[in-house]
Design a binder for this molecule. Structure first.
Ligand code: ATP
Length: 234
């Protein structure tokens, strides 16, 4: 469904991605793990068109997408839920969700997805009129994921959904990610919490300073001595 071939991305002269190749098959949850600065966020930003690779190719469902504008990539079915949530603080919960669908014209489908999101996140239903900025951290994360789902993506790129959340909420968010996947959305998940990410993923990639260091089925990575030592706390 999604394939990166030898992708190199730069910030000015900083060489952040040094030849990333990876695939995501339809229906999977694939996770990218790795330490701070490994290039996980940069990988997602490159896929969603916020950054353009200097070298390499990105293919989505048979079409080459590197170099396309971000809104085109969203329209094709790739939604990016960024790190740090980035919801609109002054807009209400309802308005934030509606903005997630701004490229769509199918009114009935939008209505359906609005209900689907509120069923996934019942707390948002109680807070539809509240400004996004007044939500708790966990609720803002739910809103950010809900907004991404409002574009009815074929694949959801999730950046650090656990960041800054209490453990009980983290578990809840991960249960919901699983449910979203079971409802038919493919997921590419970036996470610092490697244990949790590998527990819901089908496969994973370990990034280290802009390169893929290890790749494999999630269960194998979880058992790997190297992953245990470096990312699972021994
Ligand atoms: P984290 O979990 O800390 O967000 P990450 O794996 O997502 O880490 P990236 O944010 O992708 O890492 O960063 C990869 C490299 O690119 C790092 O060395 C970082 O310092 C650099 N980098 C990221 N954003 C910029 C920027 N806007 N300008 C310059 N360098 C950047």
């Amino acid at each position: 469904m999604l394939e990166l071939k030898n992708v190199h991305t730069f910030y000015g002269h900083i060489h952040a991605l040094k030849g990333i190749s990876l695939t995501v098959e339809e229906g999977e949850i694939v996770t990218l793990i790795g330490s701070n600065g490994a290039g996980k966020t940069t990988t997602l930003r490159t896929i969603s068109g916020l950054l353009t690779p200097r070298e390499g190719e990105i293919w989505f469902e048979g079409q080459r997408i590197d170099g396309l504008p971000a809104h085109k990539i969203t329209e094709m079915g790739i939604a990016h839920c960024p790190e740090g949530r980035k919801i609109f603080g002054r807009l209400t919960v309802r308005e934030n969700l509606e903005l997630g669908a701004f490229l769509r014209k199918d009114k009935d489908g939008i209505k359906e997805d609005f209900e689907r999101v509120l069923n996934l996140f019942p707390r948002l239903r109680e807070r539809l009129k509240q400004p996004g900025g007044t939500l708790s951290g966990g609720e803002q994360q739910m809103l950010a994921i809900g907004r991404a789902l409002m574009s009815r993506p074929r694949i959801l790129l999730l950046d650090e959904p656990s960041m800054g959340l209490a453990p009980i909420l983290v578990q809840q968010i991960f249960d919901i990610i699983k449910e979203i996947n079971e409802q038919g959305t493919t997921v590419l998940l970036v996470e610092q919490n490697a244990r949790l990410a590998l527990s819901i993923a089908t496969r994973g990639y370990v990034l280290e300073t802009g390169r893929i260091r290890l790749a494999g089925p999630a269960a194998e990575l979880m058992d790997s001595e190297e992953v245990k030592a470096a990312y699972l706390g021994g």
